[in-house]
Design a protein around this ligand. Structure first.
Ligand code: ASP
Length: 329
């Protein structure tokens, strides 16, 4: 009888623990501050699948796209969400560009979030609509000069990676006035417009462009990294912007994961452990590498290293944005 009572008490305790332990039955939502089907969304869906496996426990993940204003609407939403580990932000370089671009930002990137770790680094590509009358990067620069004022360049909103890349590229080739910028809620809809020939050009992450280049739906001209992407079977054939004479041009995008400020340390630690394991999942790595992205190693999947990195990026990007002289508000 006594033994039965002990067993019953132990079962109740286990049940109570299961009830309170994270994540429980409630899903973990990755808020992606850009449109579905785009580069950041793709990283989020692949990471969610890898973390579902690494977290075990029947954990389930959902992705919510809260796009607009270069990622600042989604980031603001997570900064105000309940700090219980169930709402996380998966964001990219826009986390560091926003304080330079938006003078009235409703959240503080370095104060309103818990940093969970970096995810990957992603190069970018200069691409054009299939009908664009330029086949090489050299042709493209000549074409832009000859058609100054008549062209447009798409991006995923003020403060997005494509916006930043476009700004840097236009100022490097002295073509600030040559093109009109057209904002979208992400580069997924921007890509549809490019493939359909409604916009002329875009600078977008390889995770979104590789498939389109391979299928011949867009023209590719150059990659934005300092070094050629020699290990990628498709991208190795495109020159870097530095090789094309744009001295010092070196742009790589990165993604990281964040929780609202005040999320309990034990929950953060659990997410971080699952994240580290997910980033070593061979299937996740293979998908990312096939799209030209590089998954970071453990030492960058650390809250302190992640926060230091973002701080440095904020300090690096502000002067670039000031030099371009274009603000979002
Ligand atoms: N990351 C954005 C997206 O997923 C694109 C960008 O920032 O350029 O659509």
């Amino acid at each position: 009888m006594k033994r039965l009572l002990v067993l019953a008490l132990a079962a109740t305790a286990l049940f109570a623990q299961a009830q309170t332990s994270f994540p429980g039955t409630k899903p973990i939502t990755f808020v992606v501050p850009f449109a579905a089907g785009g580069p950041t969304d793709r990283v989020a869906r692949d990471l969610a699948e890898a973390m579902r496996k690494s977290m075990g426990n029947g954990a389930n993940f959902v992705v919510e796209n809260v796009n607009g204003a270069g990622g600042t609407i989604g980031a603001a939403k997570v900064s105000k969400a309940a700090p219980d580990g169930h709402t996380l932000l998966l964001h990219h370089i826009g986390m560091a560009a926003a304080p330079g671009l938006y003078r009235k930002l409703s959240y503080k990137p370095l104060e309103d979030f818990e940093y969970l770790g970096m995810i990957n680094e992603v190069p970018m590509t200069i691409i054009g609509k299939p009908q664009l009358a330029a086949n090489t990067y050299r042709d493209l620069e000549n074409y832009i000069k000859a058609n100054s004022g008549k062209l447009n360049i798409a991006h995923a909103g003020l403060g997005s990676a494509s916006h930043l890349c476009g700004l840097m590229w236009q100022s490097s080739i002295n073509a600030k006035e040559a093109m009109t910028t057209i904002p979208f809620g992400g580069t997924a809809p921007a890509m549809n417009a490019l493939v359909g020939g409604q916009v002329d050009m875009m600078c977008d992450q390889t995770t979104n462009t590789v498939g389109q280049i391979e299928a011949g739906r867009v023209k590719a001209y150059a990659v934005t990294t300092a070094k050629p992407l020699s290990s990628n079977k498709l991208l190795k054939d495109y020159p870097t912007l530095q090789e094309m004479g744009l001295k010092g041009f070196d742009l790589t995008i990165w993604h990281g994961l964040y929780a609202p400020k005040g999320t309990p340390p034990a929950v953060l630690a659990q997410i971080n452990t699952a994240m580290k394991a997910a980033l070593k999942d061979p299937e996740f790595i293979k998908k990312q590498e096939g799209l030209g992205a590089v998954v970071v190693t453990d030492k960058r999947v650390e809250p302190a290293a992640h926060k230091t990195f973002v701080t440095n990026e904020i300090n690096k990007l502000k002067p670039v944005i000031d030099a371009a002289g274009k603000y979002a508000d």
